[in-house]
Design a protein. Structure first.
Ligand code: TRP
Length: 336
C-alpha cells in the first residue's frame, strides 16, 4: 500500500435539530483532530433526502448543523466545512460505487432495515444505496480516517469493501484503506425519557432530548425532568446494574465535565437524584450555554455562515475534482 495523506472526513445529517447526542457523541471529539489531521466536515444534505424533507426546513437545518459545528469549536480556518450537494463529485462517485457494490452487500445493512421498517417496498431507492454515497463522501477525498459512532461501523466496513473491490477490479492501488476513529470516551447519549433508546432528533417527545437550539432555561428544565429511579447512587458503575437512566445521566455528567464516569459515580455515592440532577443541570448549562448562544448568534448572521459554506465547497471541490478525474480515467470514461 502506498502512503496516503492523513485526512479525516466526517458528516452530519441536516434532518431535524442537532442534539446533545450529536455534540457529545460526535462533534466534540472532532475538535482535537483539527491540529493533527487535515479535516473535512460535511453537512450531508444528499443523505438527508433519502427520507422526505421539507425544502425550507432542510435549508434551515443545513445552516443549523454548520452553525452547531462552528459554535462547538470546528474552526473554519483549520477545517473545510461545506454541504454535500455543492460538491458534485460526491454524487458522481456514488454512481460509480453503485456499480461496484453488490446487492448482497447492501442487503446486509442493518440501518436500512431499521429505517425502512416493515414496508421496504415503499422506502426510497436512495435509502437503499445510502451506504454507497457515504463511501463516496469519504473516498472522493481519499480520506484515511473517519470518526464515527458504533452505529456507522457497518457502513465504514462497506466503504473498505468498496475501495478494495474497486482497486482489485481495476488493478490499481488508488483508494486507501479507511480507518475508523473510535473515541474511547465518546458517549452514546440515550433518551432522557428511556435509558435504553438512543437520544434522537426524531423522538416525538421534546423532553427526551436536549437540542443545541435550547436556551439555558430549557436545558436546565429538561435535565431536572429526566427520568430516574428513586434509589440513591452507588459507589461504582457496576453496582448500577441495569439502571439505564441513571447510567445515562452519569455518562452525560462525565462527558460534560471531561471526567471518568467511575469518578463521578464515586463522588455522588449514597446521594439521591434530586441533588445529582441539580448539579448536572448547572453543569449542562455552563458547558452548553455558550455553545447554544454562539449558535443562535451565527444563525442570525446568514451572510457569514453561507460565506463559510461556500468557501468550504470551493476548497472541497479543489481536492475532489482531480481525484474524480483520475477515477474517470481508471474506469475508462472518455474525457475528450
Ligand atoms: N451516515 C452518517 C450518519 O448518519 C453520516 C455520514 C454521511 C457520514 N457520510 C459520512 C459519516 C461520511 C462519516 C463519513 O451519522
Amino acid at each position: 500500500m502506498k502512503d496516503f495523506k492523513q485526512r479525516v472526513f466526517s458528516g452530519v445529517q441536516p434532518s431535524g435539530d442537532l442534539t446533545l447526542g450529536n455534540y457529545l457523541g460526535a462533534i466534540k471529539n472532532w475538535i482535537g483532530l483539527q491540529d493533527t489531521y487535515e479535516t473535512i466536515f460535511c453537512v450531508v444534505d444528499l443523505h438527508a433526502i433519502t427520507t422526505w424533507q421539507e425544502p425550507d426546513i432542510l435549508r434551515n437545518a443545513t445552516r443549523e448543523v454548520a452553525a452547531g459545528m462552528i459554535a462547538s469549536g470546528i474552526d473554519p480556518k483549520k477545517s473545510i466545512i461545506f454541504n454535500q450537494s455543492q460538491v458534485s463529485a460526491h454524487a458522481e462517485l456514488a454512481w460509480i460505487f453503485n456499480c461496484v457494490a453488490r446487492m448482497g452487500w447492501l442487503n446486509r445493512m442493518t440501518q436500512f432495515k431499521e429505517k425502512a421498517g416493515k414496508n421496504k417496498e415503499r422506502a426510497s431507492v436512495g435509502l437503499y444505496v445510502y451506504p454507497d454515497l457515504m463511501a463516496a463522501d469519504i473516498l472522493t477525498y481519499r480520506a484515511t480516517h473517519v470518526p464515527v459512532g458504533a452505529d456507522q461501523k457497518q457502513h465504514l466496513e462497506l466503504t473498505r469493501d468498496i475501495a478494495q473491490k474497486f482497486n482489485s477490479d481495476y488493478g490499481v492501488d488508488f483508494f486507501p484503506e479507511v480507518e475508523p476513529l473510535i473515541f474511547g470516551a465518546a458517549t452514546r447519549v440515550m433518551s432522557l425519557r428511556d435509558g435504553n433508546i438512543k437520544m434522537s432528533k426524531s423522538d416525538p417527545s421534546e423532553n427526551s432530548r436536549i437540542n443545541l437550539t435550547d436556551n439555558r432555561d430549557l436545558i436546565s428544565k429538561k435535565i431536572q425532568k429526566a427520568r430516574t429511579d428513586s434509589e440513591p447512587l452507588p459507589a461504582t458503575l457496576s453496582e448500577l446494574g441495569d439502571r439505564a437512566e441513571a447510567k445515562n445521566l452519569i455518562n452525560i455528567f462525565a462527558a460534560l465535565s471531561e471526567r471518568d464516569a467511575e469518578a463521578v459515580c464515586l463522588d455522588y455515592e449514597g446521594r439521591g437524584f434530586a441533588e445529582f440532577k441539580r448539579d448536572l443541570a448547572d453543569l449542562s448549562v455552563s458547558v452548553l450555554g455558550p455553545i447554544t448562544e454562539e449558535m443562535a448568534r451565527l444563525m442570525n448572521d446568514k451572510t457569514y455562515l453561507d460565506g463559510i459554506l461556500s468557501e468550504g465547497a470551493n476548497n472541497a471541490n479543489k481536492l475532489a475534482s482531480p481525484i474524480l478525474k483520475q477515477v474517470q480515467e481508471i474506469v475508462g470514461f472518455l474525457r475528450p
